[in-house]
Write a protein that binds this ligand. Structure first.
Ligand code: URP
Ligand code: ZN
Ligand code: ZN
Length: 483
C-alpha cells in the first residue's frame, strides 16, 4: 500500500490548528503524529514538506453546474474540465446538480448526469437532484434516490415555466423529503413577480444587462426566503437556502435559526467580492456578471461576511455555472432575460474565502469549516470527507498562506473565456492537492487523471443541532504568529 507523509505543516481543522505530520496509507488518512515522530517501516514513504504551510481537508464545493443545459446552451465546463479546475483550486469534492427533465422522472435525470460524469472526473463527485416537475410519481421516487446517496433536492421559486414549483408543490416535496431523510435546497427568488418586472422593462425598451439586477430586487429574495422557511417549518423539513445574496434573505435565515429551525444557507464568492455596478459595464461586458440572484449593491457583501463570521451562513459554495462571453452570453444581447445565468468560480473559492482570513473577517479554522467541513456535515459526507480523522478519505490540501497571485483568464483552468475576478490580486494559494491518497496537483503541475474521481453516495440528513454564533470571536493568522 502506498504511503505518504505530509510533514512539518500546521494542520487546521474547524476545532483548531496544530503542528503535526499527516500519515496517509493508500486512499485514507492513517494518523496525525507529532512532527518528525518515527514510525515503523517508513522506508518506502513518500514525503511532502509542508513547512510554513497549512494542511487542511480538501475543499468541498456543494454547488456546481458542469455541462448544465440553460437557455438553449450548456455551461461551458464539462465534468472533465471543471473538476480539473476545481482540483487546481484545492477542491477535492464537488456536488453537482442532476436535473429531472420536465414531464420525465428524476431517476432519468440522475441516469443522464451519472453517465456524463462517470470516468471523466478528476476528483470525487456527488449529485443533488433538481425537481423541476413535482408530480406524485416524482415524489414516490425520492426514497429510492436517497437510498442511492442522492439525499438533497433543489426546488426553484424562480424561473416560471422552466424549473419553477408553486407553493403547493414545494410543500409536498418538503413533506416527502422530511419523511425520506432528505434536505430541500431552495432557489429563493419570487419568480412570478420577477417575470412581471422583466416584461415591463423589456416593453420599455430596456434590454441591457444591468436590467437583470434591477428586475430582481433583493426584497423579492427576502420574501421568497421567508416563504420557503415557513413552508419548511410546516413540513418539518431541513432547509438549505442556496446562493443567498441579500441582506433581506440573511435576516430571514438568522431569525429562523434563532428560533431553532433547521435552516441553513450558503453564499458564494461573487456576492462577497462583486457589486452590482459590474452589470452596467459597457460593450455588453455586464453580461459576464449575470447570474441569479443577481450581484447586489454595496452593503450586502459586508453583511454576508458578518453572517459567515457569526454562523448565520454555514457554507461558501460557488454556484459555478460558466458561460463564455463570446457566443454564449451573446445570446442575450438586446434582451437581458436571454443571457445565460451563471458565473465561473470553482477554481477560486478557497483563495477568495481565504482573503477573509487575512482581512480578519473569519478565522483560519472557520475558513476550513465554511469551505470543507460544514458542507460535508450538511450533505452527508462527514467524516469521510471534510475531516482529517483517521479513516477519512485522504483528500488533503497543502496551502501556502503567503503566496501572492493574480486571478485571470490567462492563468485559470476553467473552460471559459473570461474571469469574473480579472486582475484581482490574492494572497494564499494551493501548493499540493491530494485526492484519495493520489497527488493530483503539485509543483504547478496537474498530475491527476479523468478516471480518478468516483461517485460518492451521501448519507441522509443527520438532524444537526443548529449551531449559534460559535464563531463570532475572530483570531487572525497574525495573532497566531504573535503567540
Ligand atoms: O445564475 C445561476 N445561479 N445559474 C445557475 C442556476 C442556479 O439557479 O443555481
Ligand atoms: Zn439557483
Ligand atoms: Zn446553481
Amino acid at each position: 500500500m502506498s504511503r505518504l507523509r505530509i510533514e512539518n505543516g500546521t494542520v487546521v481543522t474547524p476545532s483548531g490548528r496544530v503542528r503535526a505530520d499527516v500519515i496517509v496509507e493508500g486512499e485514507r488518512v492513517a494518523a496525525l503524529v507529532a512532527p518528525g515522530a518515527a514510525l515503523p517501516g517508513e522506508g518506502d514513504v513518500r514525503r511532502i514538506d509542508a513547512a510554513g504551510k497549512l494542511v487542511v481537508p480538501g475543499g468541498i464545493d456543494v454547488h456546481t453546474h458542469m455541462e448544465m443545459p440553460f437557455g438553449g446552451t450548456f455551461s461551458s465546463d464539462t465534468f472533465a474540465t471543471g473538476t480539473r479546475a476545481a482540483a487546481w483550486g484545492g477542491t477535492t469534492t464537488i456536488v453537482d446538480f442532476a436535473i429531472q427533465p420536465r414531464g420525465k422522472s428524476p431517476r432519468e435525470g440522475l441516469d443522464t448526469w451519472m453517465a456524463r460524469a462517470e470516468g471523466r472526473c478528476a476528483i470525487d463527485y456527488g449529485f443533488h437532484m433538481i425537481l423541476s416537475d413535482v408530480t406524485d410519481e416524482a415524489l414516490k421516487e425520492m426514497d429510492g434516490l436517497v437510498e442511492d446517496g442522492v439525499t438533497s433536492f433543489k426546488l426553484f421559486m424562480a424561473y416560471p415555466g422552466v424549473f419553477y414549483s408553486d407553493d403547493g408543490q414545494i410543500l409536498r416535496a418538503m413533506q416527502a423529503a422530511a419523511s425520506s431523510g432528505a434536505t430541500v435546497m431552495m432557489h429563493a427568488e419570487n419568480g412570478i413577480a420577477i417575470d412581471v418586472l422583466v416584461a415591463q422593462a423589456l416593453a420599455r425598451g430596456h434590454g441591457e444587462p444591468k436590467m437583470h439586477g434591477e428586475t430582481r430586487p433583493s426584497v423579492l429574495e427576502g420574501e421568497a426566503t421567508h416563504r420557503a422557511i415557513v413552508l419548511a417549518g410546516v413540513a418539518d423539513c431541513p432547509l438549505y437556502i442556496v446562493h443567498l445574496s441579500a441582506i433581506e434573505a440573511l435576516r430571514e435565515v438568522t431569525a429562523a435559526r434563532d428560533a431553532g429551525q433547521m435552516v441553513f444557507a450558503e453564499t458564494c464568492p461573487q456576492y462577497l467580492f462583486l457589486e452590482d455596478d459590474v452589470m452596467a459595464l459597457p460593450d455588453f461586458e455586464g453580461a459576464k456578471y449575470v447570474c441569479s440572484p443577481p450581484i447586489r449593491p454595496h452593503g450586502h457583501g459586508d453583511a454576508l461576511w458578518r453572517g459567515l463570521g457569526s454562523d448565520d451562513l454555514s457554507v461558501v459554495a460557488t454556484d459555478h455555472c460558466p458561460f463564455c462571453f463570446k457566443e454564449q452570453k451573446e445570446l442575450g444581447r438586446g434582451d437581458f432575460s436571454k443571457i445565460p445565468n451563471g458565473l465561473p468560480g470553482v477554481e477560486h473559492r478557497m483563495d477568495l474565502v481565504f482573503q477573509g482570513v487575512l482581512e480578519g473577517r473569519i478565522t483560519v479554522e472557520r475558513w476550513v469549516e465554511l469551505t470543507s467541513s460544514a458542507p460535508a456535515r450538511l450533505f452527508g459526507l462527514y467524516p469521510r470527507k471534510g475531516s482529517l480523522l483517521p479513516g477519512a478519505d485522504a483528500d488533503i490540501v497543502v496551502y501556502d498562506p503567503n503566496r501572492a497571485h493574480t486571478l485571470s483568464v490567462e492563468s485559470h483552468h476553467m473552460a471559459v473565456d473570461y474571469s469574473a475576478y480579472e486582475g484581482l490580486r490574492v494572497i494564499g494559494g494551493v501548493d499540493v492537492v491530494v485526492s484519495r491518497g493520489t497527488v493530483v496537483v503539485e509543483g504547478g503541475q496537474f498530475r491527476g487523471d479523468e478516471a480518478h474521481g468516483r461517485f460518492v453516495p451521501r448519507k441522509p440528513f443527520e438532524g444537526l443541532e443548529v449551531p449559534r454564533h460559535g464563531h463570532a470571536g475572530v483570531t487572525t493568522l497574525a495573532d497566531e504568529k504573535e503567540e
